[in-house]
Design a protein around this ligand. Structure first.
Ligand SMILES: Cc1cc2nc3c(=O)[nH]c(=O)nc-3n(C[C@H](O)[C@H](O)[C@H](O)COP(=O)(O)OP(=O)(O)OC[C@H]3O[C@@H](n4cnc5c(N)ncnc54)[C@H](O)[C@@H]3O)c2cc1C
Length: 291
């Protein structure tokens, strides 16, 4: 059992889609995290689920660690190869496979980024709402159970993923969940895989729940005298059932940072940044209620 034997096996079918160049190792040994870089022994760029399965099977036989890689924007160092091995970069598996507009779902490959997906969906009047700030890959977002500024309205990746295709640690390819909205048979393996950070398998396909692009969007920036006032406003807003699309808290120090960096001209006080989605009438009503 050795990493070198595993890499020779991978080279035989990946060819130049397996790299050991210093540049590729360094680029995949560091992410947005503050932890120290940890480069892998090699980087693989598969193009199909079957290739991913073969990579994992060979690596499992040779005891070679395998780490998934989306866009490397995760902050907790999960994408670093702390024990070496092969980083599987999903950049070449970045296609929209099937848009089911009437059912409001879409089947995609894991390397597709959320912004690219929403560009592809533009003509359908639908969008995928989970927004972690970075233009992350959908496979990486599912693996970290990403959330973001729209979570208060649309939920996290836990709510957005309906079904998955996954390569397990021994190279077996399985499917979890389905496009049906409800199923009460069997274990909820989709929920188990979402958030498992690549430890239970590599995601090779995702079915995602879509939402209608809102007819109207309005936003507001509200300054508060103190933090308690801002926090109480959030609690009362949620409890009174006002449908917020975004509600973000900014403390006084962050408002100052915005001013210094971008000349935002905000009072140096706690703020809430809010957004409402819906029909023009609904948005006006929500904004008035919030006010
Ligand atoms: C400015 C900024 C703001 C952010 N804000 C938020 C936020 O508000 N909320 C939030 O949740 N996150 C936030 N993040 C973190 C980050 O965007 C998410 O963790 C993102 O979901 C990771 O996606 P990725 O494609 O970059 O994955 P990577 O960083 O490449 O990988 C993340 C994890 O998923 C695994 N993985 C990747 N692809 C697969 C796959 N196909 N199958 C199995 N495992 C895989 C990796 O091994 C690793 O464990 C922010 C990041 C930045 C830089």
């Amino acid at each position: 059992m050795s990493i070198d034997t595993a890499l020779a096996g991978l080279q035989s079918f990946l060819g130049n889609r397996l790299s050991r160049s210093k540049g590729d190792l360094a680029a995949h040994g560091t992410s947005e995290t503050h932890f120290a870089p940890a480069p892998p022994d090699a980087v693989a760029w598969p193009e199909t689920a079957e290739e991913v399965a073969r990579i994992v099977e060979i690596c499992a036989q040779e005891g070679c660690p395998v780490v998934g890689w989306g866009t490397g924007t995760s902050l907790e160092a999960q994408s670093l190869a702390v024990r070496g091995g092969v980083v599987v970069d999903f950049a070449r598996m970045n296609k929209v496979l099937q848009v089911n507009a009437e059912d409001m779902n879409v089947v995609v490959q894991p390397g597709l980024t959320r912004e690219a997906l929403n560009r592809e969906l533009r003509a359908t009047g639908l969008f995928f709402p989970v927004d972690p700030g970075a233009d992350a890959s959908l496979g990486g977002m599912a693996s970290t159970r990403a959330s973001g500024t729209t979570t208060v309205r649309y939920g996290t990746m836990r709510d957005g993923v309906m079904a998955l295709q996954v390569v397990l640690g021994d190279g077996r390819l399985i499917r979890t969940g389905s496009r049906a909205r409800k199923s009460s048979t069997g274990y909820d393996l989709t929920a188990l895989i979402v958030g498992s950070e690549g430890t239970l398998g590599l995601i090779t396909e995702l079915t995602l729940r879509l939402h209608g692009v809102p007819e109207a969007v309005s936003s507001a920036v509200c300054a508060f005298a103190d933090m308690e006032g801002a926090v109480n406003a959030v609690i009362e807003t949620i409890q009174s059932g006002v449908e917020m699309a975004r509600i973000e808290f900014v403390d006084a120090a962050t408002a100052r940072a915005f001013n210094l960096h971008a000349g935002a001209d905000m009072p140096e006080k706690p703020h809430l940044l809010v957004e409402f989605h819906g029909s023009p009438t609904a948005v006006a009503e929500q904004a008035a209620l919030f006010g």
